[in-house]
Unconditional design. Structure first.
Length: 422
């Protein structure tokens, strides 16, 4: 399509006025440069946000109880109630959309409630099922997590967070098989964990001590009470469906009005992830609007300079038309000049933008002190290969569009007009 066989003539035409070509090309350079930088920064922001929820089940929902706000079946308004172990059995029997399920108990304690020898610290305790660690995935630093045998046999074992380990053990010491005293009762350490995600239910994972749910109920005289309940939806079911199904089952079990919205509270992680996705769509839209706006201003500049060039070459184009040059040949030359000027400036902006992003990325990776899974809300910026191809496609189309109007203007020039211009 482009008359690249005559590239020397095209290049000579572009360089007739070097300053004008440079200033016009700089608009395209700046537009592509800004687009690449904004995309890189946007990717760093998005990946940073996602990294902070990485490992947390996006199809999960959680439940906890509150005072009733409606009188129902002879029970007065303002009644206190708790979820119990029986609810787990009924949910498994009746809920069609529930996949994983894990109850949770929260326990505090007195000051310095975790002790090992002469070392001690104040940490929260949680009783959970093994499924909890699939809903909130963890990095296993030492040992293992709970299994069903630990729960069924009421084993006095625990999994401790990284900070708990650093407080109670010497650096590099193997904690597996060692005993710690938690709220006056000895538990054997079977694992040390660090969270994959910053998102957590019930407090900082690294400053918590986890034990089998059944063990915690029995060891600390909790009866059959459940403080908190987590579930995930089966494939094909939205988490919102699971949320409503579980709430309906539990309300019916405890004689709570189906219309009482305050008696049982819940939140849906799927909704939170959707908020993230909407935020990312907004960021992408803003990036492309700003970047393409800057590029469009450069394209207008190139189109204007090509119109001026066509005006200055009225005699040349008219003579060529008189000597038999076909309209398509004239259009090819104008489009080729526009494309070449756009390509040189655009590829320059693309290259400089990528180099700057790589320098920033290398500097951030060299200076980071944050382990995997504990990242900040911004990671080293980058531009994906697909985005690079898209940017190049935009650049090529821009080069063609910039030359269309000048090419149409050139087609209207006739030999008699060239003589009059002269």
């Amino acid at each position: 399509m482009f008359d690249l066989d005559n590239w020397q003539e095209i290049w000579s035409t572009i360089t007739r006025n070097k300053l004008r070509s440079f200033l016009t090309g700089f608009g395209v350079f700046w537009g592509i440069f800004m687009l690449i930088i904004l995309i890189g920064v946007g990717n760093g922001f998005k990946d940073g946000m996602l990294q902070n929820v990485n490992g947390f089940a996006s199809n999960s929902c959680f439940f906890f109880t509150n005072l009733t706000s409606e009188a129902y079946k002879g029970f007065r308004k303002g009644r206190h109630w708790d979820m119990t172990n029986r609810d787990l059995v009924i949910i498994r029997q009746k809920a069609k959309s529930v996949d994983l399920i894990s109850p949770m108990l929260f326990g505090g304690g007195t000051d310095k409630n975790a002790v090992r020898g002469t070392k001690s610290g104040t940490y929260g305790t949680r009783g959970v099922y093994p499924a909890h660690f699939q809903i909130e995935q963890q990095h296993i630093l030492h040992g293992r997590l709970f299994n069903t045998l630990d729960v069924d046999n009421y084993r006095k074992v625990c999994v401790i967070g990284k900070v708990v380990y650093e407080t109670l053990f010497q650096p590099g010491e193997d904690p597996i098989g060692q005993y710690i005293r938690v709220n006056g009762i000895y538990f054997q350490v079977i694992g040390v964990i660090r969270p994959k995600s910053r998102a957590s239910v019930g407090g900082n994972v690294e400053e918590s001590i986890f034990m089998p749910f059944t063990t915690m109920q029995r060891a600390f005289n909790q009866g059959d009470v459940i403080h908190f309940l987590g579930c995930t939806a089966k494939p094909g079911y939205p988490a919102s469906v699971t949320e409503e199904e579980v709430k309906s089952i539990i309300k019916a079990t405890h004689d709570i009005s189906p219309t009482d919205e305050k008696a049982m509270r819940s939140f849906n992680i799927e909704k939170e992830f959707q908020i993230f996705q909407n935020l990312f769509l907004g960021v992408d839209f803003l990036i492309w609007i700003v970047g393409l706006g800057a590029l469009f201003s450069g394209i207008i500049g190139i189109s204007n300079i090509m119109l001026v060039t066509v005006r200055e070459r009225t005699r040349e184009i008219g003579v060529r038309r008189a000597l038999g040059a076909r309209p398509f040949t004239i259009v090819k030359q104008i489009l080729s000049e526009s494309f070449l000027l756009t390509a040189i400036a655009g590829f320059g902006g693309f290259f400089v933008g990528v180099v700057i992003l790589e320098i920033v990325r290398a500097a951030m990776l060299a200076n980071t002190q944050v382990p995997e899974g504990e990242g900040s809300f911004f990671v080293p910026p980058f531009v994906s290969f697909e985005t690079g191809l898209l940017a190049m496609g935009v650049l090529i189309v821009s080069g063609v569009v910039a030359g269309l109007m000048p090419a149409m203007r050139a087609l209207k020039i006739k030999a008699i007009d060239a003589i009059r211009e002269e």
